[in-house]
Design a protein. Structure first.
Length: 145
């Protein structure tokens, strides 16, 4: 009986993990890992920011974001990814020195875009990200956008 209960809990946890819905936004400077910042909105609502202070030193912070801001960022990221996937040519998009990676995971499938060329929705996502991330971490992005 106890084994059946444990097995049920294990299967439930496994299905929850594989069906998770999350958003990840990463900004990497032109050279090196130092300054790379990654924000993840987890399916449980938690928001985590990883910042590479150097190639071997990473700081991790869990932050609170207003539910409306979190949902807005999530929808903008999904929209930006969809625009990239529906576009045939990227030459018209403005190119930046940093690289942006946008990812959306749902039902065990991840759609991911990495680009130095940003569409309008991606610019909105990055501008919102610069207001969320602690001051100074994305100064190289603020200077360019």
């Amino acid at each position: 009986m106890c084994n059946k209960i444990l097995m049920t809990i294990f299967i439930s946890l496994l299905s929850t993990i594989t069906m998770a819905d999350s958003i990840s936004i990463t900004v990497k400077p032109a050279k090196g890992l130092s300054g790379t910042t990654s924000l993840t909105i987890h399916d449980d609502g938690n928001v985590t920011i990883l910042t590479y202070e150097s190639a071997i030193k990473i700081s991790e912070n869990t932050i609170n974001i207003k539910p409306n801001d979190k949902n807005s960022l999530r929808l903008q990221t999904i929209s930006a990814i969809a625009q990239y996937l529906n576009q045939d040519s990227y030459k018209s998009l403005k190119s930046y020195s940093f690289t942006v990676s946008l990812a959306h995971t749902a039902d065990g499938v991840t759609k991911n875009i990495s680009s130095k060329r940003l569409n309008k929705e991606a610019v909105k996502v990055i501008k919102q990200l610069t207001t969320i991330v602690p001051a100074g971490d994305l100064q190289y992005v603020k200077d360019e956008i």
